[in-house]
Design a protein around this ligand. Structure first.
Ligand code: ATP
Ligand code: MG
Ligand code: MG
Ligand code: MG
Length: 582
């Protein structure tokens, strides 16, 4: 294919766009790849679209290679499935909600777990149909609080999302491993310097979860890694219990008495005070820290107030309340609907995670001795109570480790594999084991070998396709412009004809045709009234990896071939130039 610059729908800009802060954003706009339509919403111009399609192709190739099958869902969706899983509300202001002319609620899909689950439920009914992996490459909509850096964080963006369906955990593990391999192939081909880190599973729920982060100083994620191979997003760092919480004595001072057998109400009152006494025993919270009640919910449903502690690096008086609160009283914690339990929660933020900050800037920690089940943490601060739902496996693990918010450069890795160093990254991909969350909520069951109905086990796997374009640009540019890896580049060769000599243009057109015949895409600068200086500047800016200049050298029988990345120039005899470029 030949793209002739004389007619190509392209305008390059000499000035950086006023709203651009990071290099990829500036360069993609200046080079005429994208154009802003509204905050976080971009138009893909011809050259940009070619890059986007190249990224999509790599993703598609590798998904097809693991046997995943492509389909596509609508972006405009009905409310009901999202209502059934609770996400119509849980998604909060990030969800684009709208009404149709009859007043029915609709949304623009931010992610499609519900739709995938339902289509499989619709069509499949037996274990014989599984395993199955299906995917789409499609526009997603999220009303991000801070759209940023062009297409790096958009409000409309392209995501590849796939889902695996298996009969059991072993099947899910196998599907997960397949996707992991495919992702390694994808990010290798995209040319990223990336790291695979342990991650939290976010709004989708689920447990085992890893992110693929492109290492970039402009990234929004911080990760830590050790020389021994440990790597985790700081959001998900698991630290040994001894490092997380120091139960060393905290001085008691002012003490507030509570009745001998506290109820939820009196506990709340007590927690609201700086220090309190129950059943004649006193407990305190460090002055600088606010009170937290940690409630353990065992797998069998029994509940145990585990500790009164404090967010931050100290928690105290663990277990003291254990003997004093009857399970019946504590059952008020059960269903997670804390907003309706004014005795306990005067405010509600949740579901939340360990280490998460509440609206008052409090970070929560959980007693690391928690073994199984779920735990509720209530925290009290000046603005009232906040309740956070902590889920076993997601927020803390059975071996007594927790996810802590504070991990610092130089800390020892939790697995003892050496000192941690912190760096920034861009989340390019995210894989996780959803388990049965969506299958449960939407009742996706199949018959197993014994004719018994079993709930399907799912995995979920995303790649940010438009984000990848920005992230590649972020990692592949210099002060003059973009430098695409060849597989991503909008063309294989940027062929520039300079001067006014008709012979030059004839020769250049001939070379372009020969390259095209060899299957290459040629961006041919055939513009007649444009100076060589402008053409060279454009070539540097556009970033095609190989630039061939047909000009003065032609008289001596040579064509200059320049490697955009290294800047190295070679004079190649005309007769050899096509072979040289292929
Ligand atoms: P982030 O932490 O950056 O907000 P996320 O964890 O919310 O991302 P996922 O729900 O895991 O994103 O979606 C899968 C992939 O989609 C992400 O790994 C990322 O590459 C991409 N992605 C998510 N949000 C955006 C966005 N606003 N613009 C562009 N790509 C996005
Ligand atoms: Mg997000
Ligand atoms: Mg994320
Ligand atoms: Mg994610």
């Amino acid at each position: 294919m030949i793209l002739r610059m004389s007619s190509l729908f392209l305008r390059t800009l000499r000035e950086d766009p006023a709203d651009a802060e990071v290099p990829s954003h500036k360069l993609l706009v200046r080079a005429g790849y994208i154009r802003r339509t509204a905050p976080g919403i971009y138009t893909w111009l011809p050259l940009g679209l070619r890059v986007l399609r190249n990224v999509e192709k790599i993703v598609r190739d590798e998904m097809n290679a693991i046997g995943a099958q492509e389909l596509v869902f609508p972006a405009l969706l009905p409310r009901e499935p999202y209502e059934a899983t609770g996400r119509w509300t849980e998604y909060g202001p990030n969800l684009f909600r709208l009404k149709d002319r009859k007043g029915a609620d609709m949304l623009l899909g931010p992610t499609h777990e519900e739709m995938f689950t339902l289509v499989v439920k619709d069509l499949y009914s037996s274990y014989k149909d599984l395993p199955l992996s299906i995917y789409q490459i499609q526009n997603k909509y999220r009303d991000e609080a801070r759209p940023r850096a062009g297409v790096l964080r958009g409000r409309e963006f392209v995501m590849k999302d796939s889902y695996s369906f298996d009969i059991d955990q072993a099947g899910l593990q196998a599907s997960y491993e397949l996707h992991r391999k495919a992702y390694i192939a994808i990010f290798d081909r995209l040319g990223f310097d990336y790291v695979i880190v342990q991650a939290m599973s976010g709004a989708m729920g689920g447990s085992a979860s890893e992110e693929f982060l492109a290492i970039a100083e402009n990234g929004e994620d911080t990760f830590v890694r050790s020389p021994g191979g440990y790597a985790a997003n700081v959001e998900a760092v698991v630290v040994p219990q001894t490092a997380a919480v120091d139960f060393a004595g905290v001085p008691a001072s002012e003490v507030v008495d509570t009745p001998d057998t506290p109820t939820i109400d009196t506990l709340v009152d007590a927690l609201n005070a700086k220090h309190a006494r129950t059943d004649g025993r006193e407990w305190t919270a460090a002055d600088t820290l606010k009170n937290v009640l940690v409630m353990l919910v065992h797998p069998d449903g029994t509940r145990e107030p585990l500790a009164i502690g404090v967010p931050g690096d100290r928690a105290i008086d663990e277990k003291r309340l254990g003997a004093q609160v009857e399970p019946a009283e504590v059952a008020a914690f059960e269903d997670g609907d804390f907003a309706k339990n004014p005795a306990l929660a005067k405010g509600y933020i949740g579901p939340g995670v360990l280490g998460q900050e509440n609206s008052s800037g409090i970070r929560y920690l959980l007693d690391p001795r928690v073994g199984e089940g779920s735990a509720w943490v209530t925290g009290a601060d000046k603005s009232g109570y906040h309740v956070i739902n902590l889920v076993h496996g997601r927020d803390f693990t059975a071996d007594g480790t927790i996810q802590a918010a504070e991990v610092r450069d130089g800390d020892d890795a939790p697995d003892g594999s050496g000192p941690l160093s912190a760096a920034r990254g861009i989340e390019m991909g995210h894989i996780f084991q959803l388990g049965q969350k969506y299958a449960d909520a939407l009742d996706l069951k199949v018959l197993d070998q014994n004719g018994k109905l079993v709930t399907v086990t799912m995995g979920s796997y995303g790649v940010g396709v438009t984000r990848a374009v920005a992230a590649i640009a972020e990692g592949n540019h210099d002060e003059l412009g973009l430098i695409w890896p060849r597989e991503i580049s909008p063309a294989d060769v940027h062929l520039v004809a300079t001067g006014k000599d008709a012979e030059v243009f004839t020769k250049a057109a001939e070379i372009a045709a020969e390259l095209e015949a060899q299957g290459l895409t040629v961006l041919y600068d055939d513009r007649e009234k444009v100076s060589p200086g402008v053409k060279f500047k454009d070539a540097e800016l556009l970033g095609v990896p190989t630039i061939a200049v047909v000009g003065k050298g032609l008289a001596d029988g040579t064509i200059e071939v320049k490697d955009r990345r290294s800047g190295e120039r070679t004079d190649v005899p005309v007769a050899e130039v096509v072979a040289h470029l292929v």
